[in-house]
Design a protein around this ligand. Structure first.
Ligand code: DC
Length: 215
């Protein structure tokens, strides 16, 4: 039937919306950010520099990774560890390397080929990974809202440092040379600043219904 591609900056609500939508549809979901985070965690553990593209690409190539409810890296559950501030600090420059991206994009396309239907979220899903997705969505939210959501995930108030780090990461993800975060042609753009998860999901279900999909 097809795939839903959801792209957007950090804290835009992508993961929450993707999970809720997948549940409503009975479809599986792939969080591609978790894949870049897994490479970042390996880089930290193996003391690989963020600029060392060949070594990072080799980590990406060699890792065994399952991304589902839990993220299992080389047999170890790293679901919590990939969300650490240490990973946040290095994942963006690591994800900017084409050699790292091509390895992960290949894995993402393999996943899509193995799943007739699915919800795939990231930064370049509608633009690069699955340009022919059934529905492409660009989810955005005001920077204050995004910082608050990110802080909420860590059960702390959004301080100036978190705000600045998020803004810096978004700027890097949007201006990098390869597969930057952008609104893919034909994407449905939704600002979730003042919308609840259910309202966003209802809009996506309506857009899917127009494309012949019913939950
Ligand atoms: O969605 P997230 O915050 O978990 O993503 C972590 C980083 O991975 C983010 O800084 C950008 C990168 N990323 C990417 O470049 N392409 C994707 N498809 C998904 C994430």
């Amino acid at each position: 039937m097809g795939h839903v591609a959801i792209d957007g900056p950090g804290g835009s609500g992508k993961s929450t919306v993707a999970a809720a939508l997948a549940k409503r549809l009975g479809w599986e979901r792939l969080d591609t950010g978790a894949m870049y985070r897994a490479v970042a965690l390996l880089a930290l553990r193996h003391h690989v520099a963020v600029a060392d593209a060949p070594a990072l690409a080799e980590l990406a190539r060699a890792m065994e990774l399952e991304v589902g409810e839990q993220v299992v890296l080389d047999g170890e559950d790293v679901t919590t560890q990939i969300r650490s501030e240490a990973v946040d600090a290095v994942v963006s420059p690591i994800s900017a390397h084409p050699a790292v991206r091509s390895e992960l994009v290949a894995r993402q396309r393999t996943w899509a080929a193995a799943h007739d239907t699915g919800v795939v979220e990231g930064r370049d899903i509608g633009s690069v990974v699955l340009p022919d997705a059934l529905l492409k969505v660009y989810l955005d939210a005001h920077p204050d809202v995004r910082a608050a959501r990110r802080a909420g995930q860590r059960a702390a108030a959004p301080d100036a440092a978190l705000r600045a780090a998020l803004a810096q990461r978004d700027a890097a993800d949007s201006t990098r040379a390869h597969a930057p975060l952008l609104i893919a042609p034909g994407a449905l753009v939704i600002d979730s600043s003042e919308l609840g998860v259910d309202e966003v999901v209802e809009r996506l279900l309506a857009a899917l219904e127009e494309r012949g999909v019913r939950p």
